[in-house]
Design a protein around this ligand. Structure first.
Ligand code: BG6
Length: 474
């Protein structure tokens, strides 16, 4: 059996900076953040120039894989599809650096930075973006496929479309259910088109998708709750994972959506294409589960806390006529309202393995904290505890026979956290933004190294008792 991958994950916009270098064209995030006067990733942690140091530190920290994304605006210059050789050269250097340190690259083709020239033509609301995406992906396969053997089409299409088109806190900043459904559909279609292109090219590697995984739990075992759980599973998980892994949009989801949305963009030939071109593996980004109860009252409300402790406790999700999220009082939460619930990862992996029976990588897991990058050695024991509990969950699932092949911490070094800016820190290595972006390993960096070197044996193990809560109707 191949070696388990222990790595770190990043995304181009969140770490690279160099936003006007190497002939990179503007992205949707550049435009949106600049126009709204928000903290941006123009410089981020300057990975564009410091990737060698960052990858070397990953290697010295025991890591054997690096999950990163390619910036579409660095690779394809215009609507015609012209390739920017400077962008290709940058990723060639980055990939070669990984290989020189025996670090396996896992590449995300799209982690949310869309060229602005496509956003100007309605971005993911326009079917033509699927073709543009497939062309871009093929260029990546052709140029990097000799060395990259693990690809994922999209990072978190669900989180991206909900944030950009329903909640409205990411570009393009809309709040429109029809648009959410259209954009989601086109992203999943583009994913299948790209899986098809990958297979047709006979590349020597595997291709998957990365999902923002929120295993659904119910407040009780009543039938009403079980039905609400099914709606919630469709809302959070099934319309990505069922489509990517089984080639099917859940019928009851289509039925429900057809009451309120125009689904005429879903052509029979698309559905056939989706059915035939499913992924080789599943990437799960796990931050928290979601506990729900049946819908009671109120309009659809989706509030995300992007302000941390200033707005702690304000997050809320109600989907009218479907379900309401409940925040258990006895649980612990981060300053940004994310519930800390490691067991959800264990249970989620088991459900996923049982349902899809495809290899699983935990492509992101980590905790955002307030930290002072100027400190010489950050004592991030809270992160260490968080990681111990989550890796324990992964190992428990693995020991029960689930085919988990890797774990990637978000993130190997501090980076820009979308609407939360740089004050929300995730890294195992601190970036001192006030002092020339100096890199300083935190305690968790050494701790993770020990975990990897011991092949997980240094993890404090906690077995789980038999599951005693809810179930999902599939
Ligand atoms: C995932 C994304 O949703 O969560 C990352 O793939 C993101 O890009 C990470 O940074 C943490 O979320 P946030 O909003 O706290 O940065």
């Amino acid at each position: 059996m191949k070696e388990f991958l222990w790595g770190g994950a990043t995304a181009s916009y969140q770490c690279e900076g160099g936003f006007q270098e190497g002939n990179r064209v503007p992205s949707n995030w550049d435009r949106y953040l600049h126009e709204n006067g928000l903290e941006n990733g123009d410089v981020a942690c300057d990975h564009y120039h410091r990737y060698e140091e960052d990858i070397r530190m990953m290697k010295e920290g025991g890591q054997n894989s690096y999950r990163f994304s390619i910036a579409w605006p660095r690779i394809i210059s215009n609507r015609k599809g012209d390739v920017n050789e400077e962008g290709v050269a940058f990723y060639n250097r980055l990939i070669d650096t990984c290989l020189s340190y025996e670090i396996v690259p896992m590449v995300t083709i799209f982690h949310w930075d869309l060229p602005q020239y496509l956003e100007d033509e309605s971005g993911w609301l326009n079917r033509k973006t699927c073709e543009a995406y497939t062309h871009y992906a093929k260029v990546c396969f052709e140029r990097f496929g000799d060395r990259v053997k693990l690809w994922t089409t999209f990072n978190e299409p669900r989180y991206y479309t909900f944030s950009g088109y329903l909640i409205g806190n990411y570009p393009p900043g809309h709040q429109n259910l029809q648009e959410t459904v259209t954009a989601s559909y086109y992203m999943m279609l583009a994913s299948a088109m790209t899986v098809k292109a990958y297979r047709e090219g006979s590349y020597d590697g595997k291709i998957g998708i990365v999902h923002s995984f929120s295993p659904v739990y119910g407040v009780d075992m009543t039938v009403k709750t079980q039905i609400a759980m099914r709606y919630a599973e469709n809302f959070y998980n099934n319309w990505i994972l069922d489509v990517a892994a089984m080639g099917q949009i859940p019928g009851d989801l289509l039925d429900k959506l057809s009451d309120c949305c125009d689904l005429s963009m879903m052509l029979p030939e698309d559905l056939e294409l989706m059915q035939r071109h499913t992924v080789d593996f599943i990437g799960l980004n796990y931050y928290a589960r979601v506990m729900i109860k049946p819908y009671e009252t109120g309009e659809t409300t989706l509030i995300v806390n992007n302000k941390g402790s200033k707005e702690k406790g304000t997050s809320q999700t109600i989907v009218k006529d479907w379900f309401e999220q409940v925040r258990p009082k006895e649980s612990r939460y981060t300053e940004w309202d994310t519930e800390i619930f490691p067991r959800g990862l264990y249970e989620g992996i088991r459900r996923c393995w049982k349902k899809y029976h495809l290899p699983i990588y935990i492509t992101e897991n980590g905790i955002g904290l307030y930290e002072d990058g100027a400190e010489e050695k950050i004592d991030d024991r809270e992160r260490i505890e968080f990681m111990n509990q989550h890796i324990n969950a992964v190992l428990n699932a693995k020991e029960e026979g689930c085919d988990v092949r890797g774990f990637y911490v978000w993130s190997p070094f501090d980076l820009y956290s979308w609407k939360n800016g740089t004050e929300k820190r995730y890294g195992l290595v601190a970036v001192d933004y006030e002092n020339g972006l100096a890199r300083k390993p935190k305690k968790s960096y050494e701790w993770y190294k020990e975990v990897i070197e011991s092949k997980g044996n240094s993890i404090r193990r906690e077995p789980y008792e038999e599951v005693s809560y809810g179930f999902t109707i599939n």
